[in-house]
Design a protein around this ligand. Structure first.
Ligand SMILES: NC(=O)C1=CN([C@@H]2O[C@H](COP(=O)(O)OP(=O)(O)OC[C@H]3O[C@@H](n4cnc5c(N)ncnc54)[C@H](O)[C@@H]3O)[C@@H](O)[C@H]2O)C=CC1
Ligand SMILES: O=C(CO)COP(=O)(O)O
Length: 329
């Protein structure tokens, strides 16, 4: 796999393009905004989404999606709630058998579907759909700082080919067949990161944050298993790994949004002040609906959803979580 297409010129699409260049691949990025295409091609930067980083001059950006589909594999890096629409646009022109790799982290609000389920509804049936997830702040990956990720793909041969295509010494993919576990870990950790930010913003202490994240991981694992995922996936890079990262760093958009909420800022004001996508805000309600459908108890996600979407006040919501009955671990 020599030529890789990247659908999405936001922070993550741009960082992935840079890491693909480090892996020696030819890269074509499709960006929606003409200004992003122009900045990447002419000035080798993406000041709108990933400022202050010099990009490899050989990253080619395009406003024409077909250019990015003329590839041996295509990374899908649009925000989760837009991924289906983007794929519907691309589907008629998708080349036969070229694998798609989902890099978005979220659950579709309208359908409650995971990204690979939604994408498989619109892309041609012969397209293998893989998932890339794990602890990866774009701002660190683009600079070549080391990390490791999960590459989930049903077919082991295809998965290993993708690992070889995207892997470098500082971007180390580990293959698994468990797309469900990888996706649920990546999507729900965003909701947990908001909760963790709230704990920090309200100065509830380090103990509270550790307890919240441990119980949060239990919630995520229950949902993944109920949906058909493997519990061990949630102990890996796309579960525990990404939860540790996102739920403890102000670099995270989800954690920083929670932190600001915890300090008492209104959600609308926080969102009005940022252009970047904060996936947990959209995923919270979808997780709660999915958990209800599968009969899974997810009290932390439900609390975040209540605060974000149903006008619940923080203090009584926290008190209600603390008042839950004691039970076996
Ligand atoms: N930034 C990061 O560190 C990481 C992000 N991700 C995931 O990658 C996905 C994309 O995130 P970022 O690149 O960070 O987003 P971003 O906030 O940097 O950029 C937003 C992107 O969404 C596109 N967009 C906005 N409205 C759209 C629409 N209606 N249809 C299609 N595209 C639209 C914009 O053109 C832009 O490319 C998210 O699901 C995120 O969770 C995953 C790992 C790391
Ligand atoms: O997914 C991410 C890191 O792995 C990025 O997290 P945020 O979207 O919260 O910044």
């Amino acid at each position: 796999m020599q030529r890789i297409g990247v659908i999405g010129g936001g922070a993550w699409g741009t960082a992935l393009a840079q890491t693909l260049r480090r892996a020696g691949r030819d890269v074509v990025v499709w960006a929606r905004e003409p200004a992003v295409v122009e900045a990447i091609n002419r000035r080798h930067e993406n000041p709108d989404y990933l400022p202050g980083v010099a990009l490899d001059p050989k990253i080619h950006a395009t406003a024409e999606p077909t250019d990015a589909l003329a590839a041996d594999a295509v990374l899908l890096v649009a925000p989760a709630q837009h991924l289906r629409g983007v794929c519907a646009l691309l589907a008629p022109r998708w080349p036969t058998g070229v694998p798609a790799v989902i890099c978005a982290k979220g659950i579709e609000q309208d359908s409650g579907l995971l990204m690979h389920e939604a994408v498989e509804e619109v892309l041609p049936a012969d397209v293998p759909v893989a998932v890339l997830s794990g602890p990866t702040f774009a701002a660190e990956v683009v600079r070549g700082l080391p990390t490791a990720v999960t590459l989930a793909c049903d077919d082991e041969w295809q998965g290993r080919a993708l690992v070889e295509a995207i892997g470098t010494a500082t971007f180390r993919p580990y293959w698994t067949a468990d797309r469900i576990g990888a996706e649920i870990g990546g999507a729900v950790k965003n909701v947990m990161a908001i909760a963790s930010g709230i704990v920090e913003g309200r100065r509830l202490g380090d103990n509270a944050r550790a307890a919240l994240l441990t119980r949060g991981l239990a919630e995520i694992s229950r949902l993944a298993v109920a949906k058909g995922g493997r519990p061990e996936t949630l102990m890996g890079l796309s579960g525990l790994g990404d939860l540790m990262l996102t739920a403890s760093s102000l670099q995270s958009r989800n954690y920083s949004l929670g932190f600001a909420l915890g300090e008492g800022k209104p959600l609308a004001d926080i969102l009005a002040g940022r252009k970047a996508v904060t996936e947990g805000v959209h995923t919270a309600s979808a997780v709660v609906a999915l958990a209800q459908r599968l009969g899974v108890d997810m009290p932390i996600c439900a609390a975040v959803d209540a605060v974000l979407n149903h006008g619940a006040a923080l203090e009584p919501t926290i008190q209600a979580l603390l008042a839950r009955p004691f039970k076996a671990e």
